[in-house]
Design a protein around this ligand. Structure first.
Ligand code: MEV
Length: 342
């Protein structure tokens, strides 16, 4: 059971009509976070095991008061006020686009820990947009859902490339660049048992602070920004070539190199660096921080499931608070906890 983290409740009205439901899931960035904000390509896989489900219950008599939107969230960690603000913006924008005034109870249940770089805020926003559309009988195009999620993400994260908004609704690995997502061609077919291990450092990160940190650094040093973006672009394009050629070891090395670039910019933490080291020592083909950083999670590539179990054990021994396993070959559409945790 998750602890309920009740942010606001005003649900004093009587439900009207069938509740709308929306679903989204977590994501795992393999290469390119932060650089994607500046136009580099990034590689991301969906993590469907980690879910966000929103239920929108229409209440009778649309009102105009501040209590017409009741928002409650339940999940494994407390949600930031910024994420909540983002969600309220989303509802207001939904109203504007649909030409409606809503009075709604919006309940979001998520298994995605916030502040771990796994797409919690975008998944909650996506689930909420879909639930609202369902409750009010509105057809939203994929582009409209994306725009609503992005609006919420900009409040939660500041600058947002859009990668989380897309990946939290994706069913296969994607390369994301300049707002455009493309399916990853091919895959590691020669390595049917390869897997990614995700490990939680147990420390909440902040995408907003990390994005702001880089904005300030790059404003002072444009050359540093260009070096970073070029370096990551080379790594991501090289990694896609590795996948095509079935070169898992090469792909792994690029993950570790990407970690080095993010660490140099101050995006990693000492604890995450030590988890990366622990994974490599335990036989991982490559490891790095994932997502916004300044805490959160890291990811390690394992050649097969036995190696993944061993790496996950080493990561927990090195202080990871939980681990998950995402098969690398089927687009991450199946993910299993490696320590029985949610
Ligand atoms: C956050 O999951 C990924 C970042 O690159 C921010 C973004 O692309 O919006 C850090």
């Amino acid at each position: 059971m998750h602890s309920a983290d009740l942010l606001r409740t005003h649900g004093d009205g009587i439900a009207s009509g069938k509740p709308g439901v929306g679903r989204a899931h977590g994501k795992l960035i393999l290469l390119g976070e932060h650089a994607v904000v500046y136009g580099a390509p990034a590689l991301v896989v969906p993590v469907p095991q980690l879910t966000a489900t929103a239920t929108a219950t229409r209440l009778p008599a649309a009102g105009t008061g501040p209590d017409r939107i009741a928002l409650a969230m339940a999940g494994p960690g407390s949600v930031t006020p910024l994420a909540t603000d983002g969600m309220l913006h989303l509802v207001t924008e939904f109203e504007k686009r649909a030409g409606l005034t809503v009075r709604v109870d919006l309940f979001i249940e998520s298994t995605i820990l916030p502040g771990r770089g796994l797409g919690s805020s975008a998944a909650c926003a996506r689930a909420a947009a879909l639930a609202l559309a369902d409750a009010y009988g509105q057809e939203l195009s994929a582009a409209e859902v994306y725009e609503l999620v992005q609006l919420s993400e900009r409040v939660a994260h500041g600058r947002a490339s859009g990668i989380d908004a897309v990946a939290t609704g994706a069913v296969s690995p994607l390369v994301f660049r300049d707002g455009i997502a493309q399916k990853v061609p091919g895959g590691a077919a020669e390595h049917p048992h390869a897997a990614f291990v995700i490990a939680d450092s147990g420390v909440r990160g902040s995408t907003k602070d990390a994005v702001q940190l880089l904005t300030s650094r790059f404003a002072r040093d444009a050359e540093l920004r260009d070096l970073f973006v070029t370096g990551v672009t080379d790594l991501t394009t090289g990694a896609l070539r590795d996948l095509e050629h079935g070169d898992l070891a090469g792909f792994g090395r690029r993950l570790t190199e990407n970690h080095g670039l993010l660490r140099e910019l101050g995006i990693s933490t000492g604890h995450i660096d030590s988890l990366v080291e622990a994974a490599l020592t335990a036989g991982s083909l490559g490891a790095k921080i994932t997502g916004g950083g300044l805490g959160g999670c890291m990811v390690a590539l394992a050649a097969d499931t036995a190696a993944a179990e061993a790496i996950a054990g080493s990561l927990r021994a090195a202080g990871a608070t939980r681990t998950w396993m995402v098969p690398a070959t089927n687009g991450g559409v199946r993910a299993e906890p490696t320590n029985g945790s949610k």
